[in-house]
Design a binder for this molecule. Structure first.
Ligand code: SIN
Length: 308
């Protein structure tokens, strides 16, 4: 059977399939639905220093081939995370990436210091790209990205990843500054800013008007961003996400250069999608006489498969 394991960040991940931050909650909510052995890692819901109730309802609306969300980083805050979430999540048989967001560099340092005091996590992901909170998206400004990464790396004992927006700022410059400041990799991309209008009332559907579009509708955007980041940074770790919903799109994301495939919207539609994808990936590699998933990662940059 083909080998799905990927060794990155000095750690062995059982598969390249990662649960993206948000829809997977803290993982234990999915314990009944999902075979965690098929999952490389979970990225937790984003945690902030203080608890957040999120944006008012309505904050989710269907779209053709996706959904628009405006959750607003609802989370219990770092103190409750440490007290009630951490003890449960470290029992889960999968690797853990903790997602963090802060509005100042000092707050980011403080958050990271809190996680530093806990054991059992594998990496941090700085969410610098939520489109649903006030102010400018920090990930759209390469200088902000660098400062947030420096603030985190100075306190971190775990590898630091940075989640960036696919539709604002200069992505390659932000990646470069993040990596120079000590990030171990990048997560590309967050949801894409969008709007829907309820034509029966003549008003935007979401309470905050705009939201973040995720799902198959954004696959070509996420593929383009992962492809160009891999071309520019051949050695960087990349978690690719945005619209992966079946075997074909998972293969595309890996071939574009993602080391891991993040599943977000797909999990809301079908909680078993991540494990089915891992099985389908393994079957596809076997059928094509490929011994490892590493044989497809980034292959679109080296001329594809050579037919003999
Ligand atoms: C949200 O909480 O609004 C979604 C999270 C994100 O887009 O980063």
């Amino acid at each position: 059977m083909a080998d799905l394991t990927v060794r990155r960040l000095g750690t062995l991940f059982t598969t390249p399939v990662v649960l993206s931050s948000g829809p997977a909650g803290f993982g234990y909510e999915l314990a009944e639905a999902l075979d965690f052995r098929q999952i490389g890692a979970i990225t937790t819901k984003t945690i902030t220093l203080e608890p957040k109730t999120g944006n008012p309802q309505p904050r989710l609306v269907d779209c053709p081939s996706g959904a628009l969300n405006s959750i607003g980083l609802e989370n219990p805050g770092i103190a409750a995370f440490k007290r009630t979430v951490h003890p449960k999540i470290i029992e889960l048989p999968l690797r853990r990436i903790v997602s963090l967001a802060a509005s100042t560099y000092d707050d980011m340092s403080r958050l990271v210091a809190h996680i530093h005091a806990l054991s059992g996590h594998d990496a941090l992901e700085l969410n610098l790209s939520c489109p649903n909170v006030g102010g400018q998206i920090p990930g759209a400004d390469a200088t902000e990205v660098e400062q947030f990464v420096r603030a985190a790396v100075a306190e971190a004992t775990l590898p630091v990843l940075v989640k960036l927006p696919g539709d604002s700022g200069n992505l390659l410059r932000s990646c470069e500054r993040a990596l120079t400041a000590g990030a171990a990799g990048v997560t590309l991309i967050n949801s894409v800013r969008g709007l829907r209008i309820d034509w029966s009332s003549g008003r935007p559907f979401l309470s905050r008007e705009y939201g973040g579009l995720s799902g198959p509708a954004i696959l070509p955007i996420s593929l383009a961003r992962v492809f160009e980041a891999r071309r520019a940074f051949p050695e960087a770790l990349i978690i690719g996400m945005g619209g992966v919903s079946d075997l074909g799109s998972a293969l595309e994301m890996l071939m574009a250069g993602a080391d891991f495939i993040g599943i977000g919207f797909g999990l809301m539609v079908d909680p078993q999608l991540p494990e089915r994808l891992a099985c389908a990936l393994s079957g596809w590699l076997d059928q094509h006489d490929l011994s490892s998933v590493e044989d497809v990662i980034g292959i679109a940059h080296s001329g594809g498969f050579h037919v003999h």
